[in-house]
Design a protein around this ligand. Structure first.
Ligand SMILES: [Cu+2]
Length: 598
């Protein structure tokens, strides 16, 4: 009896569920068509996802460090595979909490600074790289001083600039330092102003970097002179604390006009947005349309169709009762917001949104107070993934892409859907933390349509698309994106130098041969060197080459040149596209092998 009764109940429940879900399905279908669809994954994030970066194997590096828990001394990171739903955890050697992260041109993740101490917070001078191939972190050269809450920005030559953060004695670090793989850190460049923590910075197509907030004074860093200048002030007079900033899509149609949009921030938070065109003779912030809700601790994420998903946060900081659960979608072409539905879980301090290669957006984390974080992961499937009846849209498919492309070159994307494609975009994978994605970038590419193929022109230079891995999406005329393919964008020539090391006595000379190889460089390639010790000069003969070729770098030390070992960085510059090579100069006694002696 019991059994039968139970079975009947089960059947009735099933029937009811079917009926309900049929009704709900049509409702959900209409919503999905108009606003996209929100779901919560059935598994949890086992560590506090404070920092994350999408890697070119499609997996996501998650860094928690101490995870905003002062009593936690087991510092953790993890790798999340969104496709299989697996998360592997590992301990890290120091507290990478409140670092900045970007992905290097070689695909490794660069972890810059972090937490030396809680309450008061002090900054780490350490840095580490995570290699997706080995799954290991390796510490690299320290900065001159600590940084807690710095911002890292990948520059056009693939080096990484860091700025701001609290130092190891708790003062705002007002210098810029620039990291280059193999060469380590540049000298400190004094900025002459006190930046906000986690400044909102973007690389501009002219190679300079804008700091767009959260404070009202917008500043530009000239990457050649290493100096700052004031460019504009926001209309919103307060600090857009934990508001966000996005470099809107760049493309050849308007000559890669850089426009930056800032959103929300402040406590109580504002719903306002502002936009600046940094190509204008006198750039000025102008209000954009407001978001549907005020947001502090929000996220703003570029989508492959060029829209910006703006979501999360709350009206009052770290207050779930005022959570902003509306998701808004900004369309730069119409300068309007529309609804992207509502997510379920309040997403406050330390929450992050990240575009995944399948065109969905993951929303995770939230840390309303120390020691407690939100482990549920929500996934937003934008409306472009659905047909009008709510069924899944048929996506254009990519059947072949080159692994690497060089600046300005034409490359082929194989697709049976070539005739239906209306845009090709390269998106730099995201690396969000603290309400700002330091790495995301959308660059449209021009293309022509062939039979089963798109002939795509790669971005013209590294200032428009810094070297590294990109998500290549093709989008059809219905607005439906493909699943992304990873494509590496690289400089189109390479510089090498030999010998690797040379030893001289003070006052002596030596020489190195620097060679530009590859077919990509067009016209004049000039040379320069940095890192020479005092009293030392260098000349290049010839001073430039045409396209490719070699030059002799003659280095003459002085009698006053201090003994020591020096890294010399040789730069080859082809109209702003650069490559570098490092050689060692040892000033000191020659070490001669003595025959017969062991
Ligand atoms: Cu934090």
């Amino acid at each position: 009896m019991k059994r039968r009764g139970k079975r009947r109940t089960t059947l009735a429940t099933l029937l009811l569920t079917l009926l309900l879900s049929a009704g709900l399905w049509s409702f959900a279908a209409e919503e999905a068509t108009a606003q996209g669809q929100w779901t919560t994954l059935p598994y949890l994030m086992p560590i506090n996802p404070i920092h994350m970066a999408l890697m070119h194997n499609g997996k996501v590096l998650i860094v928690a460090g101490s995870g905003y828990d002062a009593s936690n001394t087991s510092f953790e990171a993890g790798v999340w595979d969104p496709q299989t739903g697996t998360i592997t955890r590992q301990l890290v050697g120091w507290d990478m909490f409140c670092n900045s992260m970007v992905v290097l041109p070689d695909g490794r993740v660069f972890v810059n600074g972090g937490n030396l101490k809680y309450n008061p917070f002090l900054g780490e001078p350490r840095n580490s790289v995570f290699d997706p191939a080995t799954g290991q972190f390796t510490d690299v050269e320290n900065m001159a001083h600590g940084r807690w809450y710095p911002t890292a920005t990948t520059l056009g030559d693939g080096s990484v600039m860091t700025f701001s953060g609290l130092s190891e004695i708790g003062l705002t670090n007002t210098t810029v330092e620039i990291y280059r793989v193999g060469a380590g850190w540049s000298p400190e460049y004094a900025s002459g102003w006190v930046p906000p923590l986690y400044p909102r910075m973007h690389l501009l197509p002219n190679g300079n970097v804008v700091a767009s907030g959260p404070t009202p004074q917008t500043m530009i860093f000239d990457t050649s002179t290493k100096t700052w200048s004031a460019v504009a002030s926001t209309n919103y007079s307060g600090t857009r604390r934990y508001g966000s900033s996005v470099l809107l899509p760049l493309g050849p149609a308007d000559g890669y006009t850089p426009r930056v949009m800032i959103f929300g921030g402040g406590d109580p938070a504002t719903a306002t947005t502002e936009i600046i065109d940094l190509s204008a003779p006198t750039p000025q912030w102008r209000y954009g349309p407001p978001m549907s809700q005020p947001r502090i601790e929000m996220n703003a994420t570029l989508l492959p169709n060029g829209r910006v998903l703006v979501l999360g946060g709350s009206a009052r900081d770290e207050d779930a009762t005022t959570a902003s659960l509306n998701a808004d979608l900004y369309d730069p072409e119409t300068n309007t917001f529309s609804s992207a539905g509502t997510n379920t879980i309040p997403r406050l301090y330390h929450s992050n949104a990240l575009l995944l290669p399948d065109g969905t957006v993951a929303l995770l984390g939230s840390n309303p107070r120390q020691g407690i974080y939100e482990p549920h992961i929500e996934i937003y499937s934008p409306a472009y993934l659905f047909n009008v009846d709510g069924s899944p849209a048929t996506r254009p498919t990519v059947t072949g892409v080159p692994g690497a492309v060089t600046y300005g070159a034409t490359f082929q994307v194989q697709t049976p859907d070539a005739a239906a494609i209306s845009s090709v975009v390269l998106m730099r994978p995201g690396s969000p933390t603290h309400a700002f994605d330091q790495d995301q970038r959308l660059v449209r590419a021009s293309y022509t349509v062939g039979g089963g193929v798109l002939n795509v022109t790669a971005p013209p230079n590294g200032n428009i698309a810094p070297p590294g891995y990109y998500l290549l999406f093709i989008v059809n005329s219905a607005g439906v994106p493909s699943v992304a393919s990873f494509v590496r964008v690289t400089a189109n020539f390479s510089l090498s130098a030999a010998p690797a090391s040379s030893t001289v006595l003070p006052g002596e000379s030596t020489s190195y041969t620097a060679t530009v190889a590859g077919t990509g460089a067009t016209g004049t390639v000039t040379f320069s060197v940095s890192g020479l010790p005092s009293g030392t000069t260098a000349t290049f003969d010839p001073t430039s080459v045409n396209g490719s070729g070699s030059t002799i770098m003659n280095v003459t030390t002085g009698l006053t040149t201090p003994l020591g070992t020096y890294q010399l960085t040789i730069t080859a510059d082809n109209g702003g596209i650069v490559d570098r090579a490092t050689v060692t100069l040892v000033v000191g006694p020659h070490v001669m092998p003595v025959p017969g002696l062991k």
